[in-house]
Design a protein around this ligand. Structure first.
Ligand SMILES: [Cu+2]
Length: 613
């Protein structure tokens, strides 16, 4: 099978084999200062270059193109000051920061968005909302005062530049000392690299959305399911999946068959290494700067104590493993002492590859790397008992019979589609509806008969205590949203005065993604009243996981009872979930609100949020 689905052009020759996971080059990275297409000098030492760190209040950043080589082929990356990842920016809470960002790309506008940082709308860096973008040859000066501390990141918000390398870490040191102690720290920035031109990859997703889903279930699987579950249950399950145009192994749109996963800009073979001395408390600032990849992270031999999420302190929680959604950050303390070296292992959610690095007492150590976990299989339970949408089903939203008693049941699949009409439910019925307690989920009218909506969930739930697909009962203690509680009480304190419900919608075969079945281009802004405290309820009507990011304001995630629980800038929305968060509309202007899977955002899963007097 040809690996070239991106059409003719220069990228065809560079398409990596999709049949093997690319662990990459030991010597890969930016060939800065070495002349085009030559390997960098630090390769000779076998270790990766440390990411550059810039500190202070005045910064000059230059966006440009640099050759990189992660797979054996030199490819152009979009870089900041010639590095991938971009330099770590280290700021101090209370300071006013000035950043002069020059766009030295040829023929392309650019931008930088400071993810999770509270700032004026015209400093947020989203072309079309915050400003016009930075034209080639021009410099835009960002200036804002820091009202927060913690671990954040920055990235381009222009087209696919983030996928091409424009991302970096931000550390904001607090004015008051942190509520925990550490002796040493490392940024661990995870990302996904492709040799493909990201625009070509997007076109491939539109044409062949299941390109990377190589693990379609087989006749042998079918025979095994029949012997385990019986013929009737198996047939019904298969029929359902067929009607949803997915196979149960669809976990991610793009995975290790396309991507090389990076840790601090280093491919697995390059083994990024962070040093420690035995007995030290080491703070690891994990950042998921991927375009599309969720990672499940663990350090065999070490417990990890999570002390902050999205830059904000939480009650410390000690785990063996955590899932980090795209754009999330977690601060984690480890205390390595019994071994000289530990592997930081970050497998992708679909188990198609991994990023890895090493914590070690000296450079050059290579502890064992775990095997990938078994590929997770989606069940109907994962989908909130997934109801069928409209496409090809004769219009109207069909639901499943046999909803009862399915929660957490695992293998209960005896469901058959039933042509029961649920069309025409009205969003006006939404305010005041109970949160996931019993009743059948209603859907916005705009989803009905919508060719961009291929399914709807019927009984979604918050699932805050669910470790997630592929992490349940794996013998390890896995972080959940329920286990993370902000160290502070609700910073606003008011009950929400109103509620807006938005559904995450999509059509797999069309690679169409939207809110309420309406793409960004076709939707009206979501209007918030300046100063109000309101609630946003999200319902995931798709089979994919979406990390939802609101710019400019915090997303204060609520628990199952609607109480303040966890302050976030990016709210993970697994399939079959309904989750709510509170927003204090204290930032005037136009803000982006979108899925942080880059190609979902580009496909339309985005809204403008407008805060007005
Ligand atoms: Cu998404």
């Amino acid at each position: 099978m040809s690996s070239d689905s991106s059409g003719p052009g220069p990228d065809a020759a560079f398409a990596p084999s999709r049949r093997r996971f690319v662990t990459g080059l030991a010597v890969g990275g930016v060939a800065a200062g070495m002349g085009l297409w030559r390997l960098p000098a630090f390769a000779a030492s076998g270790g990766a270059a440390a990411t550059q760190m810039l500190t202070g209040t005045q910064f000059d950043l230059s966006i440009g193109t640099s050759p990189v080589n992660f797979t054996g082929r030199a490819r152009p990356a979009i870089t900041v000051n010639g590095t991938l990842p971009a330099p770590i920016l280290r700021w101090r809470e209370g300071d006013t920061i000035t950043l002069r960002v020059a766009n030295r790309l040829r023929g392309a506008n650019s931008s930088i968005h400071w993810h999770g940082i509270l700032l004026p709308a015209n400093m947020d860096g989203v072309p079309g909302l915050s400003f016009d973008g930075i034209a080639p040859g021009e410099t835009y000066t960002y200036k804002f005062n820091l009202q927060q501390s913690g671990t954040y990141w920055y990235h381009s918000h222009s087209m696919f530049q983030e996928q091409a390398g424009l991302y970096g870490a931000i550390i904001v040191d607090p004015i008051e000392p942190a509520p925990y102690r550490f002796d040493r720290e490392h940024v661990v920035l995870l990302s996904d690299w492709t040799d493909l031109d990201p625009a070509a990859l997007f076109r491939r997703m539109k044409k062949m959305p299941d390109h990377d889903n190589l693990h379609k279930r087989t006749v042998g699987d079918f025979a095994r399911d029949v012997s385990r579950d019986g013929l009737s249950a198996t047939l019904q399950d298969r029929k359902m999946w067929g009607e949803m145009r997915m196979t149960p192994t669809d976990i991610s749109d793009i995975n290790g068959h396309t991507y090389t996963f990076l840790m601090n800009g280093t491919a697995p073979a390059g083994n990024w290494t962070g040093l420690f001395r035995s007995g030290e408390k080491v703070l690891l600032r994990f950042i998921n700067g991927s375009a599309m990849t969720y990672f499940d992270v663990r350090i065999p031999g070490l417990k990890m104590t999570v002390v902050a999420a999205d830059g904000q302190y939480i009650h410390p929680v000690t785990v063996d493993e955590f899932r980090i959604a795209v754009a999330e950050t977690f601060d984690v303390i480890v205390e390595p002492s019994s071994q000289d070296a530990y592997t930081i292992f970050a497998q992708d959610m679909g188990r198609t590859g991994y990023a890895r690095g090493t914590l070690a007492v000296r450079q050059g150590l290579q502890p064992p790397v775990p095997m990938l976990d078994p590929r997770p299989i989606l069940t109907m339970d994962d989908m909130g008992h997934g109801g069928m949408g409209n496409g090809g089903m004769g219009g109207g939203a069909h639901d499943m019979s046999a909803m009862k008693g399915m929660e957490g049941g695992g293998a209960t699949m005896a469901m058959a589609p039933q042509a029961q009409e649920h069309a025409g439910h009205d969003m006006a019925a939404m305010p005041g509806m109970d949160h996931g307690a019993g009743g059948m989920q209603q859907h916005p009218a705009s989803e009905t008969g919508n060719p961009l909506v291929d399914m709807q969930t019927m009984a979604p739930a918050p699932k805050l205590d669910d470790p997630g697909i592929g992490l349940r009962d794996n013998g390890r203690k896995v972080l959940t949203y329920a286990a993370m509680k902000s160290l502070f009480a609700d910073p606003d304190g008011r009950d929400p005065s109103r509620e807006v419900e938005l559904h995450l919608t999509g059509h797999m075969e069309k690679f169409a993604w939207s809110f309420n079945g309406q793409k960004f281009m076709d939707a009206q802004p979501l209007r918030l009243n300046y100063g109000e405290r309101m609630r946003i309820v999200l319902v995931n009507d798709t089979m994919m996981t979406h990390p939802i990011h609101l710019h400019g304001m915090w997303s204060d995630v609520e628990d199952e009872h609607g109480e303040f629980h966890l302050r976030k800038h990016t709210v993970d929305m697994p399939p079959g979930t309904k989750r709510s968060f509170r927003v204090r509309a204290d930032a005037l202007g136009r803000w982006a609100f979108h899925c942080h899977l880059l190609y979902h955002m580009e496909a339309g899963m985005m809204r403008e949020v407008r805060v007005e007097e």
